[in-house]
Design a protein around this ligand. Sequence first.
Ligand SMILES: N[C@@H](CCC[C@H](N)C(=O)O)C(=O)O
Length: 272
Amino acid sequence: MHGAGNDFVVLDLRDGRATPDPDLCRALADRHMGVGCDQILTIEAPRNANAVASYRIWNADGSHAQQCGNGARCIAAWLVRDGAAPAHGDFAIDSPTGLHAVTRDAQGRFEIDMGAPEFSPPRIPLAGFEGEQDEYALELGGGTLRFGAVSMGNPHALVEVDAVDLAPVGHIGPLLQRSHAFPESVNVGFAQVLAPDRIRLRVYERGVGETLACGSGACAAVAVLAKRGRVDAANGVTVALPGGDLHIHYDSNGRIAMSGPAVFVFEGEWNQ
Ligand SMILES: N[C@@H](CCC[C@H](N)C(=O)O)C(=O)O
């Protein structure tokens, strides 16, 4: 499946089969000798009585992730397709960070309650900075990098740029991931604000590299930019990523809602 080009191998393990180990995740994710994907998603029997199903997330390098916005929409679409979740009513899915409410937006796209952004440095975690700031500065790669930081259940840094096509994604992304400032590494977004309701974004993801879209990264970008007054998240922001658009807004409780595509591509059997 994919959500705006962020692609997944989805394993339905609700019959109790074991979750894949990191070696199997890396083999599945290999774009030349496996299936190829950014993340592996496993659907499992619900661990929470209020959820239709639980799920877990592995990055292409075999590391475990706590949050995946595009993956959450794909899980929701999978559960509706097989009749486990209602096609029109609301329901909940259980991620590694807890329950996400799933609704449909005005266009019929899956909308996920992604929770409230967490800006406190220890909660991100961001090391070496006292107190929450709109912008942090770090000496990196021979210069000073200015970035925002937030947790959407997983860690994100956001660098605002004038031209996202020219952003040093493949240079600064890995440098910041290896920096002492992010002890659990980080997803690094590069955002260009076009208008209060529209931004462009590229994300260098933890455990993968640059992807065509990152749902939690889109939420993180809007959260950081809204805090600086650069976008109007209460009225909604379209985030244009290389693989397509996501729609992000703050709901009346200060939580972030995200909607976008969830696409089935093919089904198969793994023979190794
Ligand atoms: N692509 C995802 C995020 C997947 C996890 C991330 N790479 C991490 O390690 O935190 C999304 O759509 O949110």
